[in-house]
Design a protein around this ligand. Structure first.
Ligand code: AMP
Ligand code: GLY
Length: 447
């Protein structure tokens, strides 16, 4: 049995990709997205119900005889939307509020990881400004400052000097920069290595990982600038390779789910582990309780099995059975041997204060050259789409190799225009070699 009428909740490119992938399954008759965005009309029906309108969402699900709800973003999960939907008898993908604290509180995530024996960075948790300042001074400012609560992917400040670190701690604990989310800060040892997102469908019976993806969190080319929700991603990654992903699921996901279960917290949803592959081994950086954005736009096109029966099984606590019916063995979802690269276009002013209202052109041309275009921060103005948020859209390119997929994504993105769009140039591309010796200023042409 699979779900025939599915409601996806959310507004962004992740939900656009989920709606697209679910609409491909032959058993699926209708896909609705609430509240969605006007760029998703190619794959889904848009239902104008706000994510915070829980009664309205339940009413919508009943009126449209929805048999599966998939919750995209973290805020409604942390607020308990999955609990309310399940209490109304609606099968739902997404953990309840108790388990969603894994994402809603970085301190809780560290507590669970430590109790579960999952390797994490050394760290501490503070509500007192002087204590936190003493800790950053002891680390000489080489430290990661994290607002404990939800901050739309912007509450983590990676600091390499004392001034930045003191400023970040003060912003959280003294200036209220992240509201109550920053009233507790987590300080972590600054780790280096390759980062990877390992995202798995989970219930009491099984853990099934999507292919690993690498996200690019910083705003600017060369991994510079502030952290964002994610400026692009690609899959597969050479490190970890497929075999290693299975090891990461055993190292991180399974122990965390076991520890949650030990505390009486069930988990029917998506567990996203952000992992740093350091020279000393993998370290968990964060847990999210949902699909990633833009990881979803880059991984779902690679999945070689239908998604709807798996999500329907997960929502009913029979993921293992649903996987067996599709012939899936082990803890990895079967994938097509293609590569994908997803490049995000963000509005001017993102991530602080994105500018809005600018016409967007070229989406149809980008699609005509075979790329997929996922819309996020867009609104309709008459016939036109205009910018309406920070991350405006994302383009996914495909190819037999990572290089071809990346060139495909950038060639398609070249057709898309809006005023002062911000696009990183190095998604899926190797970092340029740094010059071995400093080049004297003034000796060459200005670049
Ligand atoms: P988080 O939301 O906790 O994943 O943090 C956002 C980003 O900050 C991560 O994707 C990493 O790029 C970076 N980050 C988080 N924790 C650390 C750490 N302990 N060391 C180095 N970078 C980190
Ligand atoms: N791209 C990272 C996230 O979804 O949190």
């Amino acid at each position: 049995m699979t779900a025939q009428r599915i409601l996806v909740i959310g507004t962004g490119g992740r939900e656009h990709a989920l709606a697209w992938r679910l609409s491909l399954d032959p058993e699926v008759e209708r896909v609705l997205v609430a509240p969605g965005n006007p760029g998703m009309e190619d794959v889904a029906e848009i239902a104008p119900v706000a994510m915070t309108d829980v009664d309205g969402l339940i009413e919508l699900a009943r009126a449209e005889t929805i048999d599966l709800v998939v919750i995209g973003p973290e805020a409604p999960l942390v607020a308990g939307l999955a609990d309310r939907l399940r209490a109304a008898g609606i099968p739902t993908v997404g953990p309840g509020a108790d388990a969603a604290r894994l994402e809603g509180s970085k301190a809780f995530c560290r507590e669970i990881a430590m109790a579960a024996g999952v390797p994490i960075a050394r760290g501490s948790r503070h509500t007192d400004l002087d204590e936190a300042l003493a800790a950053v001074r002891a680390a000489d400012g080489r430290i990661v400052v994290k607002a404990d609560g939800l901050a739309a992917g912007k509450g983590v400040i990676v600091c390499e000097d004392l001034e930045t670190a003191e400023g970040a701690v003060q912003a959280c604990l003294a200036e209220g920069a992240f509201g109550t989310a920053g009233h507790t800060v987590v300080l972590e040892e600054l780790l280096t290595g390759h980062e990877v997102s390992v995202i798995a469908l989970c219930d009491e019976t099984a853990v099934l990982a999507l292919p690993a993806a690498r996200d690019h969190k910083r705003l600017l080319t060369g991994d510079l600038g502030p952290n964002t929700g994610g400026m692009g991603a690609f899959s597969p990654t050479d490190e970890p390779d497929t075999a290693a992903v299975e090891g990461l699921v055993d190292l991180v996901h399974r122990p965390i789910l076991t520890e949650l279960a030990r505390r009486g917290l069930g988990f029917r949803g998506v567990l996203f582990a952000g992992i740093m592959l350091t020279p000393d081994g993998p370290r968990l950086l964060e847990c999210n309780v949902r699909f990633g954005d833009p990881e979803t736009q880059t991984t779902l096109p690679r999945i070689a099995v239908p998604l709807a029966p798996l999500l329907a099984g997960l929502a009913e606590g029979r993921l293992a059975g649903a996987a067996a019916e599709l012939g899936i063995e082990g803890s990895l979802l079967p994938v097509d041997p293609t590569a994908t690269t997803t490049v995000v276009a963000a509005a001017a002013g993102y991530p602080d204060a994105p500018e809005t209202g600018d016409p967007i052109t070229g989406i149809a041309v980008a699609r005509a050259v075979g790329a997929q275009v996922w819309t996020s921060g867009v609104a309709r103005d008459g016939e036109r789409l205009v910018t309406a948020g920070g991350r405006v859209l994302a383009v996914t390119g495909h190819g037999p190799t990572a290089e071809v997929a990346t060139e495909h994504a950038y060639a398609a993105m070249a057709h898309i225009r809006f005023r002062d769009m911000q696009v990183r140039e190095d998604i899926g591309r190797p970092a340029p070699a740094r010059p071995a010796v400093a080049i004297p200023v003034g000796s060459g042409s200005a670049a």
